[in-house]
Design a binder for this molecule. Structure first.
Ligand SMILES: Cc1ncc(C[n+]2csc(CCOP(=O)(O)OP(=O)(O)O)c2C)c(N)n1
Length: 260
């Protein structure tokens, strides 16, 4: 498995080179994606359209830099392509565009849609008697979208146990803490009451993630992964200013120094 700091370095360099992007919510995703792509998902990077693969929907599509780094480091495409983030025609769009890059199972960016798509995908797969699983990553600010809760209600009703949801619970959204904009607590209780099995873990701890993902249950599983927005870079951590801003030359230098 690639080290988390390699992914974080990629994210920072990509966004710096692009001159725009979302560092905070990309840095909080790193260990979740590392676990999924190295330990959890059944995939064949050299055969991204393999029918039997597990699917990943990054519903918080602005976290794309983290996903692109993971896909490149996992072998879906060359690491050299990472510096083309947000460049016209590069395929590394600001938000995932599944027709443009190998390894993407869904185009996202407009928040609130990923779980509904995951529900349809999971239903289709089970109708085909496929063993493939669907993983869907949601942001905690994203949970304020009403469509999430329609899907959260439907999935247990349809008995879709081939879905695992991960909530990147970094407590910050676009310009403030989630609790100051529209609180989502009591979060575990909400999902429980909709018929999910809920596990909470430290979303930066690989052992805890492994344990959470291996939960055995006959209900759809939601993992509330407690994370830190901007994780790893002192001046970005828990700071909404770094939701959607590229580091300049000096800030990139300082950030990379912290990762050494
Ligand atoms: C439907 C929709 N509304 C607004 C936005 C703009 N937007 C992009 S990211 C974001 C905040 C999301 O917060 P959260 O889900 O907590 O993401 P994270 O903090 O993990 O980056 C918003 C409002 C969007 N992409 N889609």
């Amino acid at each position: 498995m690639v080290a988390a700091k390699v992914i974080r370095q990629d994210i920072l360099k990509m966004i710096h080179d692009a001159g725009s992007g979302h560092p905070g919510g990309s840095l909080s995703l790193v260990e979740i994606l590392l676990h999924l792509y190295w330990k959890e998902m059944k995939i064949e990077p050299k055969n991204p359209a393999w029918q039997e693969r597990d699917r990943l929907i990054l519903s918080k599509g602005h976290g794309a830099p983290a996903l692109y780094s993971i896909l490149a480091r996992r072998g879906y495409f060359s690491v050299d392509r990472l510096n083309s983030l947000r460049k016209l025609g590069s395929g590394l769009e600001g938000h995932p565009h599944m027709q443009s890059l190998p390894g993407l199972d869904c185009s996202t960016g407009s928040l609130g849609h990923g779980l509904g798509i995951a529900a349809g995908l999971a239903l289709g797969l089970s109708l085909k008697k496929s063993k493939s699983r669907v993983f869907c990553i949601l942001g905690d600010g994203e949970l304020q979208e009403g469509s999430i809760w329609e899907s959260a209600m439907s999935i247990p009703a349809l008995k879709q146990t081939n879905i695992t949801v991960v909530i990147d619970r970094n407590h910050v959204q676009l310009d403030d803490f989630v609790k100051n904009v529209m609180p989502v607590e009591p979060l575990a209780e909400k999902w429980l009451s909709f018929g999910w099995f809920v596990v909470t873990c430290d979303g930066h701890n690989m052992d805890e993630l492994k344990k959470a993902f291996s939960t055995k249950t006959d209900k759809p599983l939601v993992i509330i992964a407690e994370t830190v927005k901007g994780k790893g870079i002192s001046f970005m951590e828990n700071n909404a200013l770094w939701h959607g801003k590229a580091p300049d030359e000096e800030q990139l230098k300082n950030a990379l120094k912290e990762l050494k």
